[in-house]
Design a protein around this ligand. Structure first.
Ligand code: CIR
Length: 256
């Protein structure tokens, strides 16, 4: 069974963390509608969507990706780099507990899930202001028995590694070369974002479908040209909060 864990928009979404963007007013009602459409997209692809209740005390709680890493063998409850986001962990742990054995990143380690790009058995981990070496070392230790390789990656000028690069095909990445070095991925075909759309590197690859923000039409054209099966979606309000399409779900398979 394909599972997607999501979380409803916080009524306090306008108080979200911002690092590289200046604050623009978020229309919370519109964000809710867009979030429902996002959930609908996942359902159409075959995911059973488990939408958790909002956490009003946590403005950024819609971005469930940052709180956990789920692999086949286990789940890791991450420790987000922004202190305002740490209270999101508890309910994510409760939601994942039925599906996986849980491991935890402990202080002083920090990792945001937006910094983890998984390609097969390799996990590339962005060394962003949200993710530190202690967090990376703990992740390595947790995953070593299962033969995952954890590789630290330098990024510049963006929030997370997956702001700069995401998977869009079995052997294809979508990447902003200004934010991450494409030579880190020599075995992959690279599609670069259109230079006028630096924030366009975050796509959600689901095998048969690539969910992609409507806000980046020029980059979308490049993805169409590569014959990737795009499903475009309006996520304008999430983009104002420095989020993207990967951030709003935790995607995994379950045997139960
Ligand atoms: C934050 O700064 O934590 C949120 N406003 C945005 C998090 C986006 N998450 C992600 O890209 N994985």
């Amino acid at each position: 069974m394909l599972i997607a864990i999501t979380r409803a928009v916080s009524p306090t979404f306008n108080q979200c963390e911002l690092t590289h963007l200046s604050r623009q007013s978020i229309d919370v009602a519109l964000a809710e509608t867009q979030h429902q459409q996002y959930g609908q997209c996942l359902r159409q692809v075959g995911y059973q969507v488990q939408n958790l209740p909002p956490l009003p005390a946590c403005p950024d709680a819609i971005f469930v990706e940052d709180t956990a890493l789920v692999v086949e063998e286990l789940a890791v409850i991450l420790r987000p780099g922004a202190p305002s986001r740490r209270a999101e962990r508890e309910s994510i742990a409760l939601a994942l507990d039925p599906y996986r054995t849980l491991h935890y990143i402990e202080a002083p380690g920090t990792i945001d899930g937006g910094d983890i790009l998984r390609l097969g058995k390799t996990l590339f981990v962005g060394l962003s202001p949200r993710t530190n070496q202690a967090g990376l070392a703990q992740l390595q230790q947790i995953l070593e028995p299962y033969h995952y390789e954890v590789v630290g990656v330098e990024i510049t000028d963006c929030l997370h590694l997956k702001s700069a690069v995401t998977q869009v095909g079995a052997q294809t990445l979508l990447l902003n070369p200004g934010w991450v070095d494409k030579d880190i991925f020599p075995e992959m075909t690279i599609i670069e974002v259109d230079p006028t759309e630096p924030g366009g590197a975050n796509a959600l690859y689901l095998g048969d479908v690539v969910i992609y923000p409507a806000a980046f039409p020029r980059t979308a054209q490049r993805l169409h040209q590569a014959q990737l099966p795009l499903q475009q979606i309006d996520v304008s309000e999430v983009l104002k909060a420095e989020g993207g399409v990967t951030c709003c779900s935790l995607i995994f398979t379950s045997s139960t």
